[in-house]
Ligand binder design. Structure first.
Ligand SMILES: NC(=O)c1ccc[n+]([C@@H]2O[C@H](COP(=O)([O-])OP(=O)(O)OC[C@H]3O[C@@H](n4cnc5c(N)ncnc54)[C@H](OP(=O)(O)O)[C@@H]3O)[C@@H](O)[C@H]2O)c1
Length: 255
């Protein structure tokens, strides 16, 4: 009989670990936990046990993504869940990034999730679920968080189209769009000024809501009323006004 697996990228980080904690309770034979840091992967295995299969890969590398294809071909599992969660957030003026930094942001936040969807769909069946971790940052252009917001807009759009394409097969694809989440991704200060994160929530809350929404077959999951309010504003207000409001909020952090 085929083994049922879940693939979680960035499984050692805040939101990824929260997903691991939830999926380990499900009828899944193995969780393929993907991240770079081997010590953190070992710690994850120690915490959650032998059903964690630790895969140390850098998702910005095409070759390392290809090796996941080889692992799938060798094991021929049923992929019950693919959680494209690994992501990085480069903040600051767009002119401040090197070509390499831009390339790695786009590779990790956009290309790797799309490539993993393509790799995994042939191993999915009716009821399999894809969750792509986007962000409320995808709802509008965000000056000074431009690269990140644009990459998350790609992922939200990609994920929702994929949901439509996969409907006839009974496979769902959910774009998960949380607001601020209390994890190590967030910088705590800028220019010596502590950053405020309105509406910040725990990773556990985001993961729980996302899994529930995915099981209901939703193509988008927005956690907390605060984030839903931001979603609504971004839909009804002109984007220039949304950007001006964002610019006003972040003005105190600019040097
Ligand atoms: N925190 C927030 O406020 C927030 C809000 C909205 C959306 N999100 C999104 O939620 C997702 C998870 O964020 P988080 O807050 O949980 O971040 P986090 O705590 O920083 O965790 C990031 C995870 O991604 C892995 N990772 C980073 N670069 C990688 C690479 N090149 N290859 C493989 N794995 C890599 C990290 O492990 P290694 O470093 O060991 O590789 C870690 O496991 C991200 O996509 C983020 O954009 C976060």
């Amino acid at each position: 009989m085929k083994r049922r697996i879940a693939i979680i990228t960035g499984a050692t980080g805040g939101i990824g670990k929260a997903f691991t904690r939830l999926l380990i309770q499900e009828d899944i034979d193995e969780i393929w936990a993907v991240a770079r840091n081997k010590d953190k992967l070992s710690a994850l295995k120690n915490e959650f046990g032998s059903r964690i299969f630790a895969i140390s890969k850098d998702l910005s590398s095409f070759d390392e993504l290809e090796s996941i294809r080889e692992m799938l071909e060798a094991n021929k599992p049923t992929v019950a869940y693919l959680i494209n969660n690994a992501g990085i957030a480069r903040m600051g003026n767009s002119s401040g990034f090197s070509a390499e930094e831009i390339d790695s942001s786009v590779s990790i936040n956009c290309a790797a999730p799309a490539a993993l969807c393509s790799l995994c769909i042939p191993y999915m069946e009716k009821g399999s679920r894809i969750l792509n971790i986007s962000s409320v940052a995808s709802f509008q252009p965000l000056p000074n968080l431009n690269l990140y917001a644009a990459s998350k807009a790609f992922l939200r759009s990609y994920s929702r189209s994929l949901h439509y394409e996969l409907k006839p097969c009974g496979i769902t694809s959910t774009a998960v769009c949380p607001g601020w989440v209390d994890t190590e991704l967030l910088k705590k200060e800028v220019n010596g000024i502590p950053i405020k994160f309105p509406g910040i929530v725990s990773a556990e809350k985001v993961a729980l809501k996302a899994l529930r929404d995915a099981k209901k077959g939703k193509d988008i999951s927005v956690c907390t009323l605060f984030a839903k309010w931001e979603h609504l504003l971004a839909k009804i207000l002109p984007q220039r006004l949304c950007m001006a409001m964002w610019g006003y909020i972040i003005r105190r952090y600019k040097s």
